[in-house]
Design a protein around this ligand. Structure first.
Ligand SMILES: NC(=O)c1ccc[n+]([C@@H]2O[C@H](COP(=O)([O-])OP(=O)(O)OC[C@H]3O[C@@H](n4cnc5c(N)ncnc54)[C@H](OP(=O)(O)O)[C@@H]3O)[C@@H](O)[C@H]2O)c1
Length: 252
């Protein structure tokens, strides 16, 4: 059965991916929704009566969750037409002053889980399958006070470009979406609201539009998709400017 696997489906951008995936990939019959909050996933599933939906309440920072996904893939042998690696977190704080557990959680979720799930899922993909990774404008230049987060998203974008080249011969495309700030739970959880001049100044992206644009970019097989002209310009600027100069203006 043609299947979409969407991580971080319980809120924010992930929930929008679930709501809109049928518009862009109408041929997909089954969704696997992954996040920790089962009640949120069940609520979403109830709103999709014409699809087969499996809710997988898993903590992707726990490596046991990878075994659960691997086992479900082996048992059900789905054709994974779309993988959306969306689950992510980002905490504001200075190195040496914030909780170590918060720092390592960003690495576990944003890098390790994304890498593991991609690796486990590719064997169930065919030519025409798509991978969509959620990166960020933070991947364009290191952001002091969110150094670990921006480095984690630099990994996501670099992984995407490498994987796109590697999987090209299999006919599998890999896309990274790089949104600017969005008004989701991410801001509260990351201690960002009220604590960052940068986040107060930057133009916001709308997660409904970002999800639709990213799904269409994945369908088209684009490698990097940056919503909003302002951030497309920022991406070019960050490419052209020496990073040691750029980083002085990129503090969050
Ligand atoms: N909001 C922004 O300003 C912004 C900007 C650029 C990029 N992004 C990226 O966009 C993506 C989505 O974030 P969002 O803004 O939609 O934030 P969000 O509303 O906080 O959503 C994060 C999602 O990840 C899930 N998640 C968190 N920890 C998890 C864990 N340990 N195991 C499994 N799932 C987990 C959450 O579900 P549970 O809590 O139920 O587990 C939730 O569904 C992230 O990759 C983020 O880095 C966000």
């Amino acid at each position: 059965m043609k299947t979409a696997i969407i991580t971080g489906a319980s809120s924010g951008l992930g929930r929008e991916f679930v709501r809109q995936v049928g518009d862009v990939f109408p041929e997909i019959e089954q969704y696997w929704l992954i996040a920790r909050r089962a009640d949120r996933l069940e609520e979403l599933a109830a709103a999709l009566p014409d699809k087969t939906v499996a809710c997988l309440p898993l903590d992707l920072c726990d490596t046991m969750s990878f075994m659960a996904i691997q086992q479900k893939l082996a048992e059900e042998q789905p054709e994974v037409a779309l993988l959306v690696n969306n689950a992510g977190c980002g905490y504001l704080g200075n190195i040496g002053e914030m909780e170590t557990a918060a720092q390592t959680r960003m690495i576990d979720l944003n890098l390790r889980a994304l890498t593991a799930i991609t690796n486990m899922t590719v064997p169930y993909m065919v030519s025409g399958s798509r991978i969509l990774n959620v990166s960020s404008i933070a991947s364009f230049c290191p952001n002091p006070r969110m150094t670990v987060y921006s480095a984690s998203k630099a990994y996501v974008s670099a992984f995407t470009i490498g994987a796109a080249e590697e999987l090209r011969e299999k006919g599998i495309t890999v896309t990274a979406v790089c949104p600017g700030p969005m008004r989701t739970e991410f801001l509260d959880l990351g201690n960002i609201i009220g604590n960052s001049k940068m986040f107060e100044t930057l133009p916001y992206c709308d997660q409904v539009q970002v999800a639709g644009g990213a799904l269409r970019a994945a369908r088209a097989g684009r490698t990097i998709y940056t919503p909003r002209l302002f951030y497309k310009f920022y991406r070019v600027l960050a490419k052209l400017t020496p990073v040691k100069l750029m980083v002085k203006f990129a503090k969050t």
